[in-house]
Design a protein around this ligand. Structure first.
Ligand code: ASP
Length: 323
């Protein structure tokens, strides 16, 4: 009897690595919580393409936009935990939404298993070219004088662009109407067309348009200037300290995904972010790339926990809540 149990256990132990070796044997779906063309989508495509090469399997991008990523994260949490559905998210979707949306039908901390932390980028204060302000002080005065004529774009309450707005309103005393989009990719197109006038937008989304002369930039929401936009002052240098927000990204799987599979996906993400060509692309968009140690699932879990502790009181103080 004893011998039999031992044999069975051995069989179980052997099944893990063998299964992981066979994985992935079919395409993997990566859920993206915002519209195509925006910063989360661009990150998913850049990193996903390299991971796919490493895993010798296709990674299919599934844009599940709407409600600031809550629909996507719910779908991910309810997916089969077999490694064939993973999802990309960020500070908004996987931390802040937990404080804002009171009726989520999934638990952000317990229903999703972290795979790897991904790069982080600051936000830029950007307007359409129609806004006459020459610097951030002039912009703030202009926003105050014209509050009823100004609309700003976000990817919904709790998205990165909305977190930026909350910090911007608090530090500048401004307030303007917010228009929610299915992602900041479509929002930035409306900004260029002056359908909306301002965004606090991830550098990766607006830098290409700033370089093309289609948008005006006033400041970067970081302690230090960004190497991809060295001429852009920090918000503190431009006269408004206290607006420091970086939107970090990450990969998650549904809870219950075998650890061997998480490890394989993590290793592929590390290879992707070590690739010089990928690094060049991401750094050119203002992204700060985490180290392999920071990317490890355990380190990423701890980081996410610390971010929840940091952001929960801030969001509660801002009084943003959706029942
Ligand atoms: N990440 C963006 C935001 O949170 C949305 C997007 O990726 O389109 O504002």
């Amino acid at each position: 009897m004893l011998r039999r149990t031992a044999l069975i256990l051995l069989g179980v132990a052997a099944a893990g690595p063998a299964f992981a070796q066979a994985y992935p044997s079919k395409p993997i779906t990566m859920i993206v919580p915002f519209a195509a063309g925006g910063p989360t989508d661009v990150m998913a495509r850049i990193v996903g393409e390299r991971m796919s090469k490493e895993l010798s399997q296709q990674i299919i991008i599934d844009n599940v936009a709407g409600a600031a990523g809550t629909i996507a994260m719910g779908k991910l949490a309810r997916s089969t935990p077999d490694g064939y559905t993973i999802g990309i998210g960020h500070l908004g979707t996987n931390v802040v939404n937990g404080s804002i949306y009171k009726n989520l039908n999934y638990d952000l901390q317990n229903d999703l298993a972290p795979i790897a932390r991904l790069p982080s980028n600051p936000l830029l204060v950007v307007t359409s070219n129609q806004i006459p302000a020459k610097d951030l002080k002039e912009l703030v005065a202009y926003l105050k004088a014209n509050a009823d004529k100004i609309s700003g774009g976000t990817a919904g309450m709790g998205s990165g662009s909305h977190i930026g707005v909350l910090a911007f309103f608090a530090a500048t005393g401004t307030n303007y109407q917010l228009v929610p989009y299915r992602g900041t990719g479509p929002a930035v197109q409306d900004l260029i067309a002056n359908q909306i006038q301002i965004m606090i937008d991830q550098s990766s989304n607006s830098l290409p348009h700033i370089r093309a002369g289609k948008l005006k930039v006033y400041a970067v929401t970081a302690k230090e200037r960004n190497a991809a936009a060295p001429d852009v002052p920090t918000t503190a240098e431009a006269g408004f300290p206290g607006i420091e927000v970086a939107i970090w990204h990450g990969l998650w799987a549904p809870k219950g995904t075998p650890p061997e599979i998480i490890a394989k996906l993590n290793a592929a993400a590390i290879v992707a972010l070590r690739d010089p060509e990928i690094r060049r692309k991401l750094e050119d968009l203002g992204q700060d790339i985490p180290t392999p140690e920071q990317m490890a699932p355990a380190a990423f879990t701890a980081y996410q926990k610390a971010e929840v502790a940091k952001w929960t009181p801030i969001i509660e103080k801002a009084g943003v809540k959706i029942e």
